[in-house]
Ligand binder design. Structure first.
Ligand code: UD1
Length: 420
């Protein structure tokens, strides 16, 4: 198994090119199930989750060719409609194929994703909405079995909670449905916006893009003609490298990035003392020599993202004062805390609130990655910890960070991928 060995950083300097967003790519790849043509997607990140979803589509009969950051997906040969446990268990986002397969073929089976490290993560809202659209759904032997032999019908859906993949799933299901679907309390994440924009330019009229109420005019089973497009930049990868600049107190420039998607993250870094120079597709962080403490509550976009909570927690260990971070979305998303404590961090946890006493010198040791974003928090801590930090179980990190050690290595970090 691979692990990362990180030595305390002397200084970071230079440019980091941000990859395409994993969380945008996944629904966009699932969306190819709605197409009648081969779909060309550019600027995909080279991460394990993308390969997993392409493998799932290939297993279902689609043809996928992935080179560099591009893929061509042809789903005209897709013949199977059962997403099996062995793939779904490795990536919960596999649930994204449910809406498109069901709306196109009238039936679909997807293994129940089950729990995951950061919490229970149910998919009840996806299923309830599909039932409202006319699907019959049973849970049998660990599988969701959904049928809609006469196709799905547009209707009014109100999500009890904002769900990102739930919104993507229902928007895709509604795209080939008969009639109009209105989805209220929809997610407004940039990744959902891009999915809606691509669908909108491929023959599905969608109103309210970027708002909490989406109106989707279904095509009544007419497959879509989807032009080549490029995936938006990964705002979470970008946020992670901004935290690398902030924690090492070194200037870094990110390229191929969209600052418009990073409002809450930039504003919290500003509160902590950093400033920025921003162009259309670059952000340069000018970190301050003193990191100020911060109060953060994670919430749905455009508020502060839960996917940046762990990285800011690592940064807060170096602040001059006490920071408070509240996690509102996932009940168990603090597993990085015990690993950071092993490095010397002074953090106390009370339910969903972490209190971090800053100015604690961290010392390098062996730590274990527990989920995707927790892994990058340990890497950030490793940059400033005395001595050497070994981050184990980085298969979590590889799910979502494209060439992290190469990107950080190229700007001066002493970081190596080694084998146990
Ligand atoms: C997506 C992101 C993930 C991010 C999360 C929140 C992808 C592939 N993943 O995950 O990186 O951390 O959004 O921004 O885009 N919920 C229910 N019932 C449901 C669905 C969700 O109760 O049917 C709850 C969840 O348990 C959670 C909250 O709603 O508490 C938000 O979850 P959701 O937005 O669905 O997260 P994902 O789409 O899985």
């Amino acid at each position: 198994m691979d692990y990362l060995q990180i030595k305390k950083v002397k200084s970071l300097k230079g440019d980091i090119k941000i990859s395409g967003a994993k969380n945008a790519s996944l629904p966009l790849i699932a969306m190819t199930i709605l197409a009648k043509n081969s779909v060309h997607i550019k600027n995909l990140p080279n991460v394990a989750d993308i390969k997993t979803l392409l493998k799932l589509l290939s297993n279902l009969g689609a043809e996928c060719s992935f080179h560099d950051d591009r893929v061509i997906v042809d789903t005209s040969s897709l013949a199977q409609t059962k997403a099996k446990y062995d793939i779904v268990k490795t990536m919960r986002a596999s649930i994204l194929v449910l809406g498109p397969i069901l709306t196109r073929f009238g039936h679909c089976e997807v293994s129940l994703p089950g729990g995951c490290a950061i919490g229970q993560r149910p998919v009840d809202l996806h299923l309830k909405a599909l039932e409202q659209m006319g699907a019959t759904i049973y849970i049998k032997s660990g599988y969701i079995e959904a049928t809609a032999p006469n196709g799905l019908k547009g209707c009014d859906i109100i999500f009890d909670k904002i769900t990102v993949t739930g919104t993507a799933n229902i928007v895709m299901a509604a795209s080939l449905a008969k009639g109009i679907t209105t989805l209220t309390n929809a997610a407004r994440e940039p990744e959902v916006v891009q999915l809606c924009e691509v669908l909108n330019s491929s023959g599905v009229k969608i109103e309210g893009i970027g708002t909490a109420v989406l109106t989707i005019h279904g095509t009544d089973s007419k497959l879509l003609d989807i032009d080549e497009f490029s995936v938006i930049a990964d705002r979470i990868e970008a946020g992670t490298y901004l935290c690398a600049g902030a924690i090492s107190k070194d200037e870094l420039t990110l390229t191929n990035v969209d600052a418009g998607h990073l409002g809450a993250v930039l504003s919290k870094l500003e509160e902590m003392g950093s400033s920025f120079s921003i162009t259309e597709d670059t952000i340069t962080i000018h970190p301050s020599k003193i990191i100020k403490p911060v109060k953060i509550t994670t919430q749905e976009y455009p508020a502060f993202p839960t996917d940046m909570q762990a990285q800011f927690l690592a940064l807060a260990t170096q602040a001059e004062g006490t920071s408070i971070i509240e996690e509102k979305l996932f009940e168990n998303r603090f597993m990085h805390v015990s690993e950071l404590q092993r490095m010397g961090a002074d953090i106390s946890l009370n339910g969903s609130v972490a209190t971090i006493k800053g100015e604690t010198p961290l010392s390098g040791t062996d730590v274990m990655a527990t989920d995707l974003r927790a892994s990058s928090a340990l890497v950030l801590a490793g940059l400033v910890a005395d001595g050497m930090t070994n981050v184990h179980r980085i298969y979590h990190l590889d799910r979502g960070y494209d060439a992290l050690e190469k990107k950080l290595g190229a700007v001066g970090a002493d970081i190596k991928r080694l084998q146990e």
